[in-house]
Design a protein around this ligand. Structure first.
Ligand code: MRU
Length: 316
């Protein structure tokens, strides 16, 4: 099912999960072979595989590699990263299925189909000539193989509704600078890389027509947890009247979490910010629903009031 020009993050083959090591990209394409849930858990916690939908699919395959102790494996995988709800969601889906591997493969296909559908719906919001800004990496690498916000950009480009992408570097691990630029270049989509702190200047100069980002968890009231740096973008977008879209499959919506305050925010090693210095490294932030123009899902583009829009799709 691989789309020409995309790089797939995961492959299940001959009893093992092969993970493209995203820490080594864009310089090196190295595949890691996981033969146990523990191997998969290591890949998720060290960010060899990352992005909310991709870690969900990886964990689903990880569970398919478990022996007798499926519950222990599920707990190990669940504990790797706290913010992305796709992880817990995928684990629960596999635990409830009689055949773990068959369900993992099915989730992989279903999530890719969801990405394609939401990408099409999101692209409809774009206009020819648009210069869109994005944060982190939300393309094929971060998902089941097509992309959320990255998929929307790709679909908009294919439909002649995108002129260029502004790519935030995404401190401290540079998912934008390393991974999004790599994917856009492979897809032939024009981009310019910017420092995260340039976004305000670009918006003040009228150089940004639209912002589209992904999500790690969307609460029942529409608050959005995503890569740290998303919230300041949303505040700037409101100040400059730039439409701010979040693109995510329904599996990223957590109707059981009432608002952003209840979303667990992963804190990572301060050494990722600067080795040897005292630091603080929140990996995600929360954007209040009132700053979000629309949430692009495979079931349609949700608009305020989000409480109602989310309740309606969560019942599906
Ligand atoms: O820490 P990461 O690289 O896993 O963070 C990824 C993000 O924040 C993405 O924006 C999010 O998972 C959506 S990916 C389609």
């Amino acid at each position: 099912v691989a789309e020409p020009g995309t790089v797939q993050p995961l492959r299940f083959d001959e009893g093992a999960l092969l993970v493209l090591d995203q820490r080594a990209l864009p310089g090196t394409e190295r595949w890691l072979r996981c033969e146990s849930p523990g191997d998969v858990a290591d890949c998720i916690s060290t960010l060899a595989v990352r992005g909310a939908p991709a870690i969900g699919i990886a964990a689903a395959y990880g569970l398919a590699l478990a022996g007798e102790d499926r519950d222990g494996a599920a707990e190990l995988l669940r504990s790797t990263r706290p913010t992305a709800v796709n992880l817990a969601w995928a684990i629960d889906q596999v635990l409830a299925a009689p055949d773990a591997l068959a369900r993992a493969r099915e989730l992989h296909r279903e999530q890719e189909a969801a990405d394609r559908r939401l990408a099409e719906l999101g692209a409809e919001r774009f206009s020819p000539g648009d210069r869109a800004l994005t944060h982190c990496n939300t393309g094929a690498l971060a998902t089941a193989g097509y992309g959320t916000a990255g998929g929307v950009l790709r679909a908009a480009w294919e439909r002649g509704r995108l002129h260029q992408v502004w790519v935030d570097e995404t401190r401290p691990l540079l998912q934008g600078a390393r991974l999004t630029t790599y994917e856009l270049a492979r897809a032939g989509i024009p981009y310019r890389l910017i420092t995260d702190s340039s976004a305000g200047t670009l918006m003040a100069r009228g150089m940004v027509d639209r912002i589209v980002v992904g999500a790690d968890r969307i609460a029942a009231n529409g608050d959005v947890a995503n890569k740290v740096g998303t919230y300041p973008l949303a505040v700037l977008a409101a100040r400059h009247d730039v439409p701010f879209y979040v693109a995510a499959p329904l599996s990223t919506i957590d109707a059981g979490t009432p608002s952003g305050d209840a979303i667990p925010i992963e804190e990572r090693d301060a050494a990722e910010v600067a080795p040897g210095l005292p630091g603080l490294n929140f990996a995600f932030d929360v954007t209040p629903a009132e700053l979000v123009t629309g949430i692009v899902t495979e079931a349609g583009v949700l608009e305020p009031p989000y409480e109602e829009a989310i309740a309606a799709v969560a019942e599906r």
